[in-house]
Design a protein around this ligand. Structure first.
Ligand code: PLP
Length: 436
């Protein structure tokens, strides 16, 4: 494991140009438990004289913190919760969610196999995603999956044919895409048409009775991402209800289930905004009753797991270039791609103590592209080669949403922290592991 030194550094002011670090305070995303455990681990390795600088970067998932968070989410009887496996398909993450009573939303055969490998019953699995082929849906049915979010007319027809052939009747939710005439009311902020689901006009061309092998009893809608305002979220959900109820009536289907997808946000940019879960439960109680459904579902990705995850890498080079202070890191978008595609950095901290003033650094990774940048973030000015940088909120869309192969660097390692013990789940494989 890479070297970690004693750290209690934190940013104590929003003015990043000349502020002192309060070493007794950490940002809310960085847990004391994680830092102290990593420090102890580092000391043990140092004492044993082992080679310590053997990893370019690693992820650490705090399963104790995850368990506590998930247990809070489960303490309600309004919402049925599913985990969007794409956010983090690591086995230990899946089993932690399963133990807390989550169900699983899978979007590929790979995700389905991974969930089944953790001994999760097929009844707890839901299949979403716009790229479902006839063969994939037949294979999912054969593997026992009985709940599908259908996203096209062809998917509906194919699923009906396969279900008839296999003599079963899966539950189906039709995925709906809505548009609003006024741009600001549109959850995507514009009227962009995506491949996720179909418009009400398209769905209204079907006759439910033409699909006797399907139990079409729900609607699914999910068109917004990383929302951080309860008010906005409630406003958006409220606007969905009338058109969806109307669609169900027009189709003559009984609307028993409403699935509102994911989209609950985490505060990557440290704006101080965050969602109140208690408020979400209250709001969804209202939505559920307005829609008149028996079940209300959410498939959570980042809101379930982001906060439990960290990414740690080390500084390889430091320089001033024109007016900009630059740090080149051992790992970048090869391990953590999301900042490059969203322009939202993961929050970062230095892992050792420092009372130096904060300076804004451009954090670059090791790839030969200017895209390889984890953000422009304030760090103590004395940060130096060999120092460890820890990034927070990295438990979702981290390891599997990266571009690990470019330039043949090492794959990131993965660790879990449970009951105070760190365990390695994945070693940092060299490029020879995948090169042919
Ligand atoms: C169908 C579906 N449900 C849920 C999610 C999870 O989204 P989030 O991470 O915003 O909760 C996704 C993410 O892409 C998705 O495609």
């Amino acid at each position: 494991m890479t070297a970690l030194s004693n750290t209690k550094a934190n940013i104590s002011s929003k003015n990043t140009s000349d502020v002192k670090i309060d070493t007794n305070d950490r940002p809310s995303w960085l847990s004391d438990n994680v830092v102290s455990t990593l420090q102890k681990q580092h000391e043990t390795i140092r004492a044993s004289n082992e080679e310590i600088d053997d990893e370019a970067g690693f992820f650490l998932y705090d399963l104790d913190a995850l368990t506590e968070h998930l247990s809070t989410l489960m303490q309600q009887d309004v919402i049925k919760l599913w985990f969007a496996v794409k956010a983090n398909p690591l086995s230990r993450i899946i089993t932690t969610l399963a133990e807390q009573g989550f169900n699983f939303d899978v979007a590929s055969q790979g995700e389905l196999s991974q969930v089944r490998k953790q001994n999760i019953a097929a009844e707890r699995i839901l299949n979403t995603g716009p790229a479902k082929s006839k063969a994939q849906m037949a294979a999912f049915l054969q593997q026992g999956v009985r709940t599908f979010v259908v996203e096209s007319l062809l998917q509906l027809q194919w699923l009906n044919e396969s279900a008839e052939f296999l003599d079963c009747q899966p539950q189906v939710l039709l995925r709906v895409q809505l548009q609003w005439p006024e741009g600001e009311k549109n959850p995507l902020g514009g009227n962009e048409v995506t491949p996720f689901g179909l418009s009400c006009e398209q769905w209204q061309t079907i006759t439910v009775d033409d699909y006797p092998s399907l139990n079409i009893n729900g609607l699914h809608i999910f068109q917004w991402g990383n929302m951080l305002s309860n008010e906005k979220m409630f406003q958006l959900w409220s606007q969905m209800v009338d058109p969806l109820v109307q669609l169900a009536q027009n189709l003559g289907m009984s609307l028993e289930v409403l699935d509102l997808g994911g989209g609950l946000g985490v505060d990557y940019l440290q704006t101080g905004n965050s969602l109140s879960w208690q408020q979400i439960v209250q709001d969804l109680t209202v939505i559920k009753s307005k829609a008149g459904v028996k079940e209300l579902w959410l498939e959570l990705g980042r809101y379930a797991v982001a906060e439990a995850g960290y990414y740690v890498t080390s500084v390889v080079d430091k320089k001033q270039n024109f007016t900009q202070q630059q740090l080149v890191l051992a790992g970048g978008i090869n391990h953590l791609l999301r900042p490059a595609i969203t322009e939202q950095a993961f929050p970062a901290n230095l892992l050792r103590n420092s009372s130096a003033s904060l300076i804004e650094f451009d954090l670059h990774g090791p790839l030969c592209t200017s895209l390889d940048k984890l953000g422009r973030l304030p760090l103590p000015g004395d940060v130096n080669v060999g120092d460890q940088i820890i990034f927070g909120l990295s438990g979702a869309y981290g390891f599997t949403e990266s571009m690990p192969f470019f330039l043949c660097h090492q794959i990131a390692a993965e660790y879990v922290l449970q009951h105070g013990v760190i365990e390695q789940v994945r070693v940092a494989e060299p490029a020879s592991w995948y090169l042919r």
